[in-house]
Design a protein around this ligand. Structure first.
Ligand code: ADP
Length: 205
């Protein structure tokens, strides 16, 4: 293989670093974390942002409640401890995806400020971008995409965020999207305006 003999090459466990993967991909790796009430638009916006990034040649992946609650976190419920463990696992997964050079987009209600702080710490603050998908409860309830609010109001979901469980709004997110007034396209543009410069590699790299 190439120059020199194989016996001179020492393979280090992590010789292929995140930086080398980023250079190969042509963009930086980041975890973009969408938080907000159920129905606020997190998944819709995360997938639409992914579509745009993918078209531009970025390596991406969307994590959302539906694709982790069935598998990786299928054993967890919605108690505060289980919600925290759910987010801890997703945080660890998002960190691995960042190490793999990927732009991961995570759409989780993630209602507790402390739990989001844990995720930020796991991923590393320099790689974590927090987006608050803000929408009044009444509008989320009006949308009621999955009929969850109706079930929560009927007392069938004992700890449903916004109805029977709290939501701590972020103190200092990188971006707030007011989805009762912005269209999906406008929200996607704002997200791209924020993250595309952060994904750019220095010209010399
Ligand atoms: P979440 O992931 O926050 O639970 P979803 O993206 O699954 O929310 O659902 C939001 C629903 O609201 C979707 O059906 C989406 O089409 C609809 N919607 C209506 N207006 C907007 C808007 N301006 N921004 C985002 N979603 C919107």
């Amino acid at each position: 293989m190439g120059n020199g003999s194989e016996k001179d090459i020492v393979w280090h466990h992590a010789s292929v670093t995140r930086e080398r993967r980023e250079r190969l991909n042509g963009h930086r790796a980041r975890a973009v974390w969408f938080t907000g009430l159920s129905g606020a638009g997190k998944s819709t916006i995360a997938h639409a942002v992914e579509e745009q990034l993918h078209r531009c040649g970025c390596r991406t992946f969307v994590f959302d409640g539906d694709n982790v609650r069935h598998g990786l976190c299928g054993d967890l419920g919605f108690s505060p401890a289980d919600r925290r463990e759910n987010l801890r696992r997703i945080g660890e997964m998002a960190k691995l995806f960042v190490d793999a050079g990927i732009v991961s987009l995570a759409a989780f209600i993630s209602p507790m400020r402390d739990d989001r702080a844990l995720v930020r710490e796991i991923i590393g603050a320099q790689h974590y971008i927090e987006i608050y998908v803000s929408c009044p409860l009444e509008e989320c309830e009006r949308r009621d995409v999955k009929g969850m609010y109706r079930r929560a109001r009927a007392g069938q979901l004992p700890s449903f965020t916004g109805i029977s469980a709290p939501y701590d709004a972020p103190d200092a997110p990188h971006l707030v999207l007011e989805t009762a007034t912005l269209t999906v396209e406008q929200s996607v543009s704002r997200v791209l305006d924020l993250i595309v410069p952060l994904l750019a590699l220095p010209a010399s790299a």
